[in-house]
Ligand binder design. Sequence first.
Ligand code: ZN
Length: 404
Amino acid sequence: MLHRGYKFRLYATDEQAAVFGQFAGVCRLVYNLALEQRRDWWWQAKANTGYSISYASQCRELTKLRAEFDWIAAVSVTCQEQALRDLDKAYSNFFAGRSGYPTPRKRGLNDAFRFKGRECPWRKLNAKWAVVKLPKIGDVKFRLTRDIPGAIKNVTVTLDALGWHVVFSTEVERAAAPNFGPAVGIDRGVVHTVALSDGRFMDMPRERLNVLDRRARKQARKLAKCKRGSSRRNTAKKLLASTKAKMARVRLHWNHERTAEIARTHGVVVLEALKARNMTASAAGTADAPGRNVRQKAGLNRAILNNAWYQFEEFLAYKLAERGGELRKVNPAFTSQACSCCGTIDKASRESQATFKCGHCGHTANADTNAARNILMAGTQPALRTSVGEPLKRKPMAAAYPPL
Ligand SMILES: [Zn+2]
């Protein structure tokens, strides 16, 4: 069973947007009230009734609450029940040790509400536009950027810095046919976002991201100058958030497109197991032991985060699984120093950031492509490597992998 989400921007009227805000607010209130009840009154409830507070008991109380307050009854009951269900899930995750203790939802962070799929039929208006019918709200237009395959289980309306969006969560029953596409190794780097072992490079739209990054930094400086609590500060904050959301969207789109392309054409993909989180840890150090090259490291951090490698890996994993492919991860040690032709490991072979020239056999290649081929071999022919760091015990692979 595959679960997928399809997100589209909603083009709501001002009145509809106001109703969205009201829905999100009431659902948040219900969630927070229910959290408070479970957190602060669980022992009393148990003493009085002999039972713990549960999703079912809170649903019964919700019915009473709705009878009492018209403005709570004005919001779809499903959305409120879904909020209670979320809380129930949050508690079971907590008790199972999968997450921390549930925290209250906040305005500006948790502005969302969810319907059941069968409550929200949608229809196409033309090739570009569609409408979704939301209970108690009515028809809302959205920009149909792609088809929505599968059975719709849930429909979530959510707010981010770019406005209100709708997410259709679908379920598809499909057993992926095995993918017999060729294997490929991928090296993730700073010069090229990814280098493939077949010699291709894929790069993020760097100019676009740089333009947005400069804009974001300018807006951040402006924000810093605004007085706390002023309306000017509020506007500056919103502007900065929307620029950052745009950058995230550029990276998201790129990652989706590229990983789909790779997953379509390859059966096995080998990546080096990077700990991006460690690599992006601040180099600033402490007052007693200040770090070195803090500025340079900060630049690298930005590059790594910009490239959003983690997202790339996540998307690739599920897209491969969907298509019957496989993602393998290998130890990244020496992949950039070993020769992909004869296996000799030599630091000096790495002539520069861009070129690799083996001092042993003379093999010359782009440094990232060379690393990608090492990664591919480590993932597909692990028996050839006796231990990490030792030269690969094998004959030159020139026949199978001709030098580029
Ligand atoms: Zn060599």
